[in-house]
Design a protein. Structure first.
Length: 290
């Protein structure tokens, strides 16, 4: 009956694992809803910023603002990779790292020197493992990012870009389309490209500019870049919870399938032992009668 005792141990272990994965799935679902709300809340402000900048933008203004400077070649580039601090979310972090490696390889193939800025323990752990030098390593940004976190990431990069020390800044993050669609995405946040106008109605808007278009753009352009990084942070946080929920649901379902198989195997072994014992009793009784 040692096999039966072994099966009982495996059944109890699998049941405990299923309880843990089910709990983690429920927690991830709750966190994902709040993270999704932050993603939705960030979009109207980003759209309003883009709308105003698109209507103020013209070639004359572009020549006077460092953040609008379009370099002739990208010789010095910063790549900001946003990953998670925790695992148990399927291929979420692996896909982001793969996208960052592709972006870095493409830039270096074009002759650029790439400074890698990594957020999240998973990304940092990988690039330490492959012995890749990182300009910045951040693990202090949680799954509830703020505008202050975004500013702390990009303000120094904006200053370097304004002085000409950098030619471009790219951000690698997850794009939260739906709960089941969160692909890795590379976005160039510097130099600032003129946002597309929302439509004919937006093109015809009449703005009263005070004190001047120059001073307004001086304030709006850094806010536009910070907001792009903030949206990358909140979308990555939401995508992480969605990936964890999916992974934990899959683990819970697999544990249920394994329990079904273990119970069936245990019942067969138990029935085999009972049959063997009955046969031994019958055989012993027949021997006594002889």
């Amino acid at each position: 009956m040692s096999k039966g005792r072994e099966l009982i141990g495996r059944i109890k272990t699998t049941e405990n694992t299923r309880k843990i994965t089910r709990t983690m799935e429920m927690v991830a679902t709750s966190k994902m809803k709040r993270a999704q709300d932050r993603v939705v809340a960030a979009r109207p402000y980003a759209k309003a910023l883009a709308d105003v900048i698109a209507n103020l933008f013209n070639s004359d203004l572009a020549e006077r603002f460092p953040l609008l400077r379009q370099p002739t070649a990208e010789l010095r580039v910063a790549v900001v990779l946003l990953t998670a601090n925790r695992g148990l979310c399927g291929a979420f972090n692996a896909n982001l790292i793969k996208e960052a490696r592709r972006t870095v390889a493409d830039l270096e193939a074009r002759g650029a020197h790439v400074d890698l800025h990594v957020v999240g323990r998973k990304g940092i752990g990988y690039f330490r493992y492959v012995d890749r030098e990182m300009a910045v390593q951040r693990t202090d940004i949680t799954d509830k990012p703020t505008a202050v976190d975004a500013a702390s990431l990009v303000d120094a990069l904006m200053a370097d870009f304004a002085t000409g020390a950098l030619d471009a800044v790219y951000v690698v993050h997850s794009k939260f389309n739906t709960v089941l669609s969160t692909p890795p995405h590379t976005e160039r946040v510097l130099p600032v490209a003129a946002p597309a106008r929302a439509g004919a109605g937006a093109a015809g808007r009449d703005y009263l500019l005070y004190p001047s278009a120059d001073e307004i753009l001086t304030e709006l352009l850094p806010s536009y870049v910070r907001n792009a990084v903030y949206r990358g942070l909140v979308e990555t946080a939401a995508a992480e919870q969605a990936a964890r929920r999916t992974a934990m649901k899959s683990a819970t379902d697999n544990a249920g399938d394994m329990l079904h198989l273990l119970h069936r195997t245990y019942n067969r072994a138990r029935q085999g032992n009972i049959t063997q014992e009955i046969a031994e009793i019958v055989g012993g009784a027949a021997a006594l009668q002889d």
